[in-house]
Design a protein around this ligand. Structure first.
Ligand code: SAH
Length: 204
């Protein structure tokens, strides 16, 4: 997985490759799908949700551009795999998930592996005010537009990585907060995520 799907597609940062080598992806995949854990596609994790394709997780990690010790907010905990990769890179991860059964499973898996990721069940389009501001925000579900709460809870100079677009197809976008009310957006590539559901998602 690391060599063929991630390194050969241009993600060569040693720390990121080490995180993907060290974090056991199969523990984030339901038992019935374990044989496919390291394949080059997303997998269903129940409740109609998915764990993203390994390359997409790696690409989001790369463009999120984190440094050890930074505070990162993830919207869409899902299996907890992206959170584990970020925690492995030494960042302080706060993650919001709307489906409590997924949040519960992710919490267990992360704790079992010794990652101290904080997880909150709720509507991530509202961010997580309590621990703000964040240096980075990563949204792992398809998003119709940047939530004003994310803008408010992100530091000036901070980055937001988010799949922006319609429910069927999005542009993976890196948005840098350049001042209190302005962001500068760069599109990385096309992508396909499950939809964000909530106040600033596709529906409430
Ligand atoms: N990062 C995950 C992949 C998540 S899939 C992983 O590594 O496995 C997207 C997740 O976003 C789903 O679990 C879905 O339930 C969640 N989601 C959708 N809308 C949300 C919202 N408003 N707030 C928080 N989570 C949301």
């Amino acid at each position: 997985m690391v060599h063929n799907q991630i390194f050969r597609r241009g993600i060569t940062e040693q720390k990121i490759l080490a995180a993907f080598t060290d974090v056991p992806r199969h523990l984030f995949v339901p038992l019935s799908k374990r044989n496919s854990s390291y394949e080059d596609y997303p997998l269903s994790i129940g409740a109609g949700q998915t764990i993203s394709q390994p390359y997409i997780v790696a690409l989001m990690t790369k463009v999120l551009d984190v440094c050890e010790g930074q505070k990162v907010l993830e919207i869409g905990t899902g299996s907890g795999y992206q959170a584990a990769i970020l925690a492995h890179l030494g960042v302080e991860v706060y993650s919001v998930e709307r489906i409590s059964s997924l949040a519960h499973n992710a919490k267990e898996t992360l704790a079992r592996l010794g990652y101290s990721v904080r997880i909150h069940v709720g509507d991530g389009t509202l961010g997580w005010q309590e621990h703000s501001p964040y240096e980075r925000i990563v949204v792992t579900a398809a998003t119709p537009g940047v939530s004003p709460y994310w803008m408010k809870q992100l530091n000036v100079g901070g980055k937001l990585v988010v799949p922006l677009g319609g429910p069927l197809r999005q542009d993976l976008t890196v948005a840098q907060k350049v001042s209190d009310n302005d962001i500068q957006e760069d599109i990385v590539c096309g992508c396909m995520f499950v939809p964000l559901i909530g106040k600033y998602g596709y529906r409430e």
